[in-house]
Design a protein around this ligand. Structure first.
Ligand code: MN
Length: 201
């Protein structure tokens, strides 16, 4: 069975940028709901119940057609949120260092410019979705938008950093002000984890 991972910090750890109530609902209801629906869709498929979700998404064509879209939606939701909790944290360092910093500079000109472009991507998602920094198939850093819970893994891309811009991620505190949420979110990006994601590829 697929399992809801524990949040790697307390629900109120990202205050004041992301509030406790939002984190409780986001993890305990939304993410938990994806895991539940995924397990339900896979209930007669022992192999996929035991395979890790990232591996399933990378090889989505091997998922039987009648449950494939459910796995894209709920499995994508499970993978995206598991990833999202880890790339955030309380009191993170101010920015990336080392190889990731150098790569961002060479791809985007400067860290500030990367941040600006990523923010633009996040604000440009129409409706529910995500913005990601990925390593693409050519092994280059790239910014992408994904609708709904579509995971970059479906397309052979590796997510390095990502932001959930579904309204459930910010509505309680920020209502319709997505720009304020994105601006605040930069304060809780766990750069150490993002560096690991980059260097692990
Ligand atoms: Mn979400």
């Amino acid at each position: 069975m697929h399992k809801l991972p524990d949040l790697p910090y307390p629900f109120d750890a990202l205050e004041p940028y992301i509030d406790k109530k939002t984190m409780e609902l986001h993890h305990g209801k939304h993410h938990a709901g994806y895991v539940e629906k995924l397990n339900l869709a896979l209930e007669n498929n022992k192999e996929l119940l035991e395979k890790d979700i990232e591996g399933i998404l990378r090889d989505i064509k091997s998922v039987p057609e009648e449950i494939r879209q459910t796995v894209v939606n709920s499995g994508g939701g499970h993978a995206n949120h598991s990833f999202f909790w880890k790339i955030m944290g309380p009191k993170p360092k101010a920015g990336p260092e080392g190889k990731l910093f150098e790569a961002l500079k060479s791809e985007f000109g400067s860290f500030d410019n990367f941040q600006e472009k990523f923010t633009e991507k996040a604000l440009g998602v129409f409706g529910a979705g995500w913005a990601f920094l990925i390593i693409n198939k050519d092994n280059k850093l790239e910014l992408t938008r994904q609708s709904f819970q579509n995971s970059p893994l479906l397309y052979g891309n590796m997510p390095i950093l990502g932001i959930d811009v579904w309204e459930h991620a910010y509505y309680l505190k920020y209502q319709n002000r997505r720009a304020d949420y994105v601006k605040a979110w930069w304060n809780v990006v766990n750069w150490q984890e993002v560096e690991k994601n980059y260097e692990g590829v």
